[in-house]
Design a protein around this ligand. Sequence first.
Ligand code: ZN
Ligand code: ZN
Length: 359
Amino acid sequence: MTDDNEKRLAGLVENLPEGVDCALIFSPENRFYFTGFNASDGVLIAGANGCVFLTDSRYTEAAQRCVTACDVRLLKKLSQELPGELKAFGYGCAAIEAQHTSISELKKIKEILPGFRFETEALDGIINDLRTVKSDGEKELIVLAQRCAERAFEHILGFIKPGVTEREIALELDYHMLKDGAQGISFETIAVSGKNSSMPHGVPSDKRIENGDFVTMDFGAVIGGYHSDMTRTVAVGAVSDEQRHVYDTVLEAQLAAISAVRDGVSCVDADAAARDVIKSAGFGEFFGHGTGHGVGIEIHEQPRVSYTSDEILHCGNVVTVEPGIYLPGRFGVRIEDMVSVTADGCENLTLAPKQLIVL
Ligand code: ZN
Ligand code: ZN
């Protein structure tokens, strides 16, 4: 990922607006994106005259070994090192990550740097444009994370049976992914069944699985700092005609949205491809959330594949496609894959089967 980091830093510096000398990057996820190093504390200074990553003594040695895209120096106290570093580079105006900086943090930075100028409008957009287009290296890590989740899914099919609880299913998925090499889980694993499956982001409970239940599992692994995200709904025992009809409708909607995803397509249109199928089957009011979201260093990134989005899909975006139908107090179905946008369509990064599995 070394070359990637250098390219990203160069891309950032190139895109800084006229009159802005450097970017000051404080958020851990963006620092990781540009340096390849994960630290809870530090600041990255990036400008045309040079870049440096300042981090505290807990991380300095490891960071000096890992980071090749820029120099790494010890950060003891921000008010001590930051003014000197900026002065040495000759920087007088910095872009700040508005989305990641609280009002009190900005106040503190301004106090440390009297007379310094700040730009707070541009940086989030510049970084977002870089981060939403995944390199081959980033895509490989997302795929590795996805394969790890898929092995857990295969395992869980033999674990789910009447009598096991939702919590046990969620824990078993987590345990399998972590034992299998995941550095973490992408988010709190969702495993909901029967009536609980009508809540899109329900919390796994001590409810036991019963014959006739749908079980919806939404989960992912983190590998090399990158997340995966998948959802599958399986049935236990037998399904009613209505359950099968709802499942088939969600699957049809999901396939329609995957067919619509392509470079240049608006997120609204990709969302509508799924939503129209669900609407015309009469379930429109039971699909409230957006169709998908970007995935990468964070589990929810841009672009948002939603009816409220003003974004356009571009080659290299990795997004989820996850429509659902949720019948309150009865049952719900969601099916989620991750796809990588290409010039003439998309590559599905998810290999797990989608035809209804009845256990
Ligand atoms: Zn998910
Ligand atoms: Zn998702």
